[in-house]
Structure formats: structure tokens, C-alpha cells
Design a protein around this ligand. Structure first.
Ligand code: ASP
Length: 339
């Protein structure tokens, strides 16, 4: 019997059609349209496609992701083999990351999209969709949490970042999980599953802004964030987590009231914790009660902080910042593909 794959379409470039009124392209194709354009899918799986939205991905908010996670749970309980989410690429690094924190099941959840819309030569949506369905149908992709299949590279949601405005290879992670070869996913790593969140349906969305100080930037927005009711603050700082000294007193005061997290605007490498002793260095910030974001960039740290606040306390934040494999983690057997 063929595997069953559910495609949940949200919109984005992969679903765009020319829109004369808007003077460009806009999401219009449905999940069923996307499937109809790729007849090769039929050989891989029995497919069912539906839409949860048809939006540019910057319109996707946490409430839609909570609905998506519930839909994924329902499909898993209904016996589906795997799930593909198609959406705009602009926010995949956030949406896939959140879904990974909400998806506790074992079926593969594979997020994909397109950089070139369907009206362009070399549109990449059909190939990305085919690769995503191949991953969703593959038993080797079970228990990986949420993955992103894009441009024949398979990324872990915990790490993936969009790093280019236009390239079909816009997605990057420091160590991809694997690659597509001859239409099948070939995996080279099997990361431990991260802990997850059970978000109560009525939890209000916390306001957690990100500030990114540039040279000579005064710290005025720190107080503005507090005045506007921020319940957490993320700083996207230079290098290993460093800020100019005029920010220090306002940040110390803020950290006495709300959780203040610092990450690195380099978007690569873990924030430092024990190297620089200067005022405004990471050691100083930690001594002032700020938290380092570990392996998480600012966008991902913000999302973990929001979900921690929504589920009872910022103390859980620290449980999510180390993405490495540690000796105490269980060895996860790497399933051999049947050939
Ligand atoms: N450029 C985006 C995309 O690739 C638009 C969006 O994220 O909705 O789909």
C-alpha cells in the first residue's frame, strides 16, 4: 500500500499567480493546484491536499501555527504517514522552528516552498514539493521532528535560516541533516528531539520585541519597550554578545523586571559566556542578569521566550538553547533504509 501524505498549504511564492491589480504576483493557487502540477507525486504516495490559509508568509502568526500543529496532530492520529507544509519562504525559519517545538509526534513534518514563482522559467516549487513528499513518505525521516526540504537539501528546523532574498538555495544550516539523491532523502545525521511546549489555547500572546543596536545607537528603545508592556526582550548583539556601554544601565534595570536575552547578530556560532571581560561583554551582561541565547539566533530565541512565557515561566528558556548532542542524550538508532 502506498504511504499517505497530507499536504497542508498556507500560500507563499510556491502558490503565487500574476495579479494585475497588485502589479506583481500574489498567492492564489491551492494545495490541490500544487499537487496537480506535479504528476510524479502519484508514484510516491497517496496524496491529500488542503489549505489552512493562502497568504504571504509574513501574515502567518502564532495562532495559525497553533491551528496547524493541531491539524498535524489530527492527521497523525488519523494514520497519515507524513505531512508536508507549503508556505512562503520569508518566515520558514520561524514557522518551522515553532512547529518543531509543538510537534511531539513521530510522523515526518516537512516544510517547503519556492523562491521562483510558478510563472518563472525554472520555477523551483514542483521540485521542492516532490522532495518534501519523498521525505514525508520515507520511514527514515520519522522521529526527526520538523525538517525543511529545499533545493534538495534537508535542514533541521532548529537550525535553518533564510540567507538570501532570491537564490533557489536561500536556506542554510550549519550542518544539514542530509540531501536528496535520485529522488530519495539520504540522511547523514540524527539529532536528538528538542523538548516541546503544550500551549494552552487561551494563552495571550506576549509582546517580546527584538532590539539590534548599531554603532552610536542610544538605548532609548529599551525603556520604550518596557513602557509598551514588553514581557520579554531579545537583543541581537555584535559578535559573541557585546553591546556599547550606554546600554548597560537600562538593560540591567530591564532585566530586573522582565527576562532579557542576548543573541549574536552574526547568526552563526553559539553566543559566548566566558571570554570577554570588558564592560558590555558577555560576562558583564550575564552578571547583570541577562540570559544568553546559546545556539539560537534572535528570531528563534524570541520564539522560545514567547512560548516559555505562554506556558508558565521564562525559566524554561534555558532548556532550549543548547542544540548540541550531549553524552547524556539517548543514542538514537539510525534506521537503515530498506533497499
Ligand atoms: N518571498 C516569499 C516566498 O518565497 C513570500 C512569502 O514568504 O510569502 O514565498
Amino acid at each position: 500500500m502506498k504511504p499517505r501524505v497530507e499536504i497542508i498549504a498556507l500560500g507563499g511564492t510556491i502558490a503565487c499567480t500574476p495579479d494585475a491589480g497588485a502589479g506583481g504576483v500574489a498567492p492564489g493557487l491551492t494545495g490541490a493546484d500544487l499537487v496537480a502540477a506535479v504528476p510524479q507525486l502519484d508514484a510516491l504516495a497517496q496524496i491529500h491536499a488542503g489549505n489552512l490559509s493562502n497568504l504571504p508568509s509574513t501574515e502567518i502568526g502564532l495562532p495559525l501555527l497553533f491551528d496547524l500543529a493541531a491539524a498535524i496532530r489530527a492527521h497523525e492520529n488519523g494514520g497519515t504517514t507524513g505531512i508536508v507544509v507549503t508556505q512562503g519562504t520569508d518566515t520558514i525559519e520561524e514557522t518551522a522552528f515553532v512547529l518543531n517545538l509543538l510537534h511531539r509526534g513521530s510522523v515526518p513534518v516537512v516544510v517547503t516552498g519556492a523562491m521562483r514563482n510558478p510563472s518563472l522559467p525554472g520555477a523551483d516549487g514542483p521540485a521542492n514539493l516532490l522532495a518534501a513528499v519523498a521525505c514525508a513518505a520515507d520511514p527514515g525521516c520519522r522521529n526527526l521532528g520538523v525538517i525543511v526540504a529545499f533545493d534538495d537539501v534537508i535542514h533541521q528546523a532548529a537550525w535553518v535560516q533564510k540567507r538570501d532574498t532570491s537564490s533557489t538555495g536561500a536556506f542554510w544550516s550549519p550542518a544539514p541533516l542530509g540531501w536528496m539523491a535520485e529522488g530519495r532523502p539520504i540522511l547523514y545525521a540524527r539529532p536528538p528531539r528538542s523538548p516541546g511546549f503544550d500551549v494552552p489555547p487561551d494563552a495571550p500572546l506576549p509582546f517580546v520585541p527584538i532590539l539590534k543596536p548599531g554603532l552610536s545607537d542610544p538605548p532609548l528603545l529599551v525603556q520604550a519597550c518596557l513602557d509598551e508592556g514588553a514581557t520579554g526582550l531579545v537583543l541581537d548583539l555584535a559578535g559573541g554578545g557585546h553591546v556599547q556601554s550606554p546600554w548597560l544601565d537600562p538593560l540591567s534595570a530591564a532585566a530586573k523586571r522582565i527576562p532579557v536575552v542576548f543573541s549574536s547578530r552574526t547568526r552563526g556560532g553559539r553566543v559566548l559566556s566566558r571570554t570577554y571581560g570588558q564592560a558590555g561583554g558577555e560576562i558583564d551582561l550575564l552578571n547583570r542578569g541577562l540570559k544568553g541565547s546559546g545556539d539560537l539566533d534572535a528570531l528563534k530565541a524570541r520564539l522560545v521566550l514567547m512560548l516559555s512565557l505562554m506556558t508558565g515561566g521564562p525559566d524554561r528558556f534555558d532548556d532550549f538553547t543548547d542544540l548540541s548532542w550531549r553524552a547524556e542524550d539517548p543514542e538514537i538508532p539510525f534506521p537503515r533504509r530498506s533497499r
